[in-house]
Design a binder for this molecule. Structure first.
Ligand code: ASP
Ligand code: MG
Length: 403
C-alpha cells in the first residue's frame, strides 16, 4: 500500500472553501487506498499577522512565547482540515506537536527536527485513518513549543516523509510547479517536468522560492522524491529527484534572478600576499557572506582593485567593517546596491562546451554590462545593473531554448 506525505502551503488552506477543497484532494487519495499523512501551513498571512501582534507588544517579545504564538496558526488549519475530512466521512485526526511528539533541538524560532514518534500515528494509519500534522513546529527536550524557521512546513513535510519512510512527499502550492524562470515576469516561462535536487537548490536559492531550500537539501541527503504541484489544477507538477535518474536534452534548465545583492569595490589596494585575507577575514567573523570576488591584474604589480558582492542587507555593516579595518589600505571605496544577479542553472552544463561564451555573447547583444561573474558546476551567475534584469532574463531564456 502506498504511503504519502501531502503538504499544503498557506495559500492552499487560505480560506474555508480552500480547506474543503484540500479535504477533497485528500479524500480522493485516501479512497484509492493510499495512506495519507497531511502536513499543513497556517492560512496565508496568518504567521505575519501573529508576528505583527507580538511586535506591537514588544520589539523583543519573549522568544518562548513567540513560538507558542506563531505555532498556533498551523494548529487552526490542522483542526479545520481534520474536521472537514470527518464531515466528508473520512476517519481523520490532527495531532499537535507535543502530542506526537515532534522533538526539536536548537534555539527558539530556529529549531531543527531531530525525531518524531511514529508509533501511534502508524497505528492510526493502519486503521485507515488520515493523519494531519501541523507544519513548522515541535517541542524541545525541556517540553517548550518551538518553531523551525519561516517556511518551515516544507521541512516538516520532508522530515515526516523520511521518518515514516513514505513513498513520496508532495508539496501542494499555488503554482503548477517549478518554472524555467519567473512566470510572472516572463510569460513564455515553461513548467519543468523533472529536475534534480541540485538544480532545484540553485533555482530556489536564486529566487524561484517555490520550496524552502533547507527542506530540499534534507530531501537530497536522504534521497526522498519530491513533487511540487498545484492545489488548484489537476496538472502534473514538477518531480524532483536524483540526477542519475534524469537525462538531459537541454544544457540549461532555468534562468533565475535575485535582487538581494550589493557590490563593493576597493580601489588602489596593495597587491601583496595576505591582503585579500585581511579584507575578508573580519567579514566572515561578522557572519557576512561574500559571494563573488574579482581581483584585477595590477599593471604595476603594486596596487590593484578588488570587487566583491554580498547580501544587500549586509551592505552598511560591511562598509563599516571595511572602514574600521586598520589592517588594510586602499585609495577609495565604492558601492552599488542597484544590481541584480542573473544565473543560468543546468545539470547538463557540465557536459556542454560553450555555455559561458553563449551567455556573455547574449548579454552583449543586448548591450548589458557584466559587473561580476561566478561559476559552479551547474550554475553560471553574473551581476548586472538592476534596470537590465528583465531584458537579460528574456534574452537568456530564448538563447538557451527555454521559450
Ligand atoms: N506558517 C509558517 C510561515 O509562514 C510556516 C510555513 O508556512 O511553512 O513561515
Ligand atoms: Mg511555504
Amino acid at each position: 500500500m502506498a504511503k504519502k506525505v501531502l503538504k499544503f502551503g498557506g495559500t492552499s488552506v487560505g480560506t474555508i472553501e480552500r480547506i474543503l477543497h484540500v479535504a477533497k484532494i485528500i479524500k480522493k487519495e485516501h479512497d484509492s487506498g493510499t495512506q495519507v499523512i497531511a502536513i499543513v501551513s497556517a492560512m496565508s498571512g496568518k504567521t505575519n499577522e501573529l508576528l505583527k501582534q507580538s511586535k506591537s507588544i514588544s520589539a523583543n517579545f519573549n522568544k518562548r512565547e513567540l513560538d507558542v504564538l506563531l505555532s498556533s496558526g498551523e494548529q487552526v488549519t490542522s483542526a479545520l482540515l481534520a474536521g472537514a475530512l470527518i464531515e466528508f466521512g473520512v476517519n481523520s485526526k490532527s495531532w499537535l506537536n507535543w502530542q506526537i511528539p515532534i522533538l526539536t533541538e536548537g534555539e527558539h524560532s530556529n529549531s531543527r527536527i531531530i525525531n518524531i514518534n511514529i508509533k501511534e500515528i502508524n497505528k492510526f494509519l493502519s486503521e485507515k485513518g488520515v493523519v494531519i500534522i501541523p507544519g513548522f513546529q515541535g517541542i524541545s527536550k525541556t517540553g517548550d513549543v518551538t518553531t523551525i524557521g519561516r517556511g518551515g512546513s516544507d521541512a516538516t513535510a520532508v522530515a515526516v516523509a523520511k521518518i515514516f519512510d513514505t513513498d513520496t512527499c508532495e508539496i501542494y502550492t499555488d503554482v503548477d510547479g517549478v518554472f524555467s524562470t519567473d512566470p510572472k515576469k516572463i510569460p513564455v516561462a515553461k513548467k519543468i517536468d523533472k529536475i534534480s535536487y541540485e538544480e532545484m537548490l540553485e533555482l530556489s536559492s536564486l529566487g524561484a522560492k517555490v520550496m524552502q531550500s533547507s527542506a530540499v537539501q534534507t530531501a537530497m541527503m536522504y534521497n526522498i522524491p519530491l513533487e511540487v504541484k498545484s492545489t488548484f489544477t489537476d496538472r502534473e507538477g514538477t518531480k524532483i529527484f536524483d540526477q542519475e535518474n534524469l537525462d538531459y536534452t537541454k544544457s540549461v534548465t532555468g534562468v533565475a534572478y535575485s535582487k538581494d545583492d550589493a557590490k563593493i569595490t576597493l580601489m588602489g589596494v596593495q597587491d601583496k600576499p595576505g591582503v585579500a585575507a585581511n579584507i575578508f577575514e573580519p567579514l566572515s567573523k561578522n557572519q557576512i557572506n561574500v559571494d563573488m570576488v574579482i581581483q584585477n591584474i595590477s599593471s604595476d604589480q603594486k596596487i590593484t582593485d578588488i570587487t566583491f558582492t554580498i547580501k544587500r542587507d549586509d551592505l552598511i555593516k560591511t562598509i563599516e567593517i571595511l572602514k574600521n579595518n586598520k589592517d588594510i589600505k586602499y585609495e577609495s571605496m565604492s558601492n552599488n546596491n542597484k544590481v541584480s544577479k542573473i544565473s543560468i542553472v543546468g545539470a547538463g552544463m557540465v557536459s556542454t562546451p560553450g555555455i559561458t561564451y553563449k551567455m556573455f555573447r547574449s548579454l552583449a547583444e543586448e548591450k548589458i554590462n557584466i559587473l561580476a561573474i561566478s561559476t559552479s558546476e551547474i550554475k553560471l551567475s553574473v551581476i548586472i545593473h538592476e534596470d537590465d534584469t528583465l531584458k537579460a532574463i528574456k534574452k537568456l531564456h530564448t538563447a538557451f531554448d527555454l521559450d
